[in-house]
Design a protein around this ligand. Structure first.
Ligand SMILES: [Zn+2]
Length: 139
């Protein structure tokens, strides 16, 4: 399960809308509690993909920014979030191809964004072969 603060929803929606019609990507700062994640902060990152409407390549310098924010808050980097413009909030073929580089310890959030706003937010965990969907609980 991943717990997301309700006030965070509008921030995620605005962030995804700014990148639209391209995919937005960012890192998530929070806490890992056993098998659960508690997400507190979104640290936006540049999408360096050559075809950013259908995939993302996270700017690696974002890890340093997020790490600093996490340490100052006494938290950790717990995941990656990206948007799917006008597409289902499920891992794409490209997302699954990069699952091994993400690993099992990070939560993978995907939001569907349209010109009218955010439609859906789902959470996934890589199990070594594929993404398994996990429950999102809004707090
Ligand atoms: Zn994707």
């Amino acid at each position: 399960m991943v717990v997301i603060q309700r006030h965070f929803e509008s921030q995620i929606a605005a962030w995804a809308q700014r990148a639209y019609p391209n995919e937005a990507v960012g890192l998530l700062v929070g806490r890992r509690l056993g098998d659960d994640w508690d997400v507190h902060r979104l640290v936006p990152a540049a999408n360096l993909a050559t075809t950013p409407a259908t995939q993302f390549v996270l700017d690696p310098t974002a890890w340093f920014d997020a790490e600093q924010i996490a340490v100052q808050a006494g938290m950790a980097i717990v995941g990656i979030i990206h948007s799917h413009p006008d597409a289902p909030a499920r891992p794409s073929v490209h997302d699954s191809a990069s699952g091994d580089s993400l690993g099992r310890d990070l939560v993978f959030l995907i939001s569907t964004i349209t010109k009218n706003g955010m439609r859906d937010l789902t959470a996934w965990q890589w199990d070594g072969r594929e993404y398994q969907e996990i429950i999102v609980q809004w707090n």
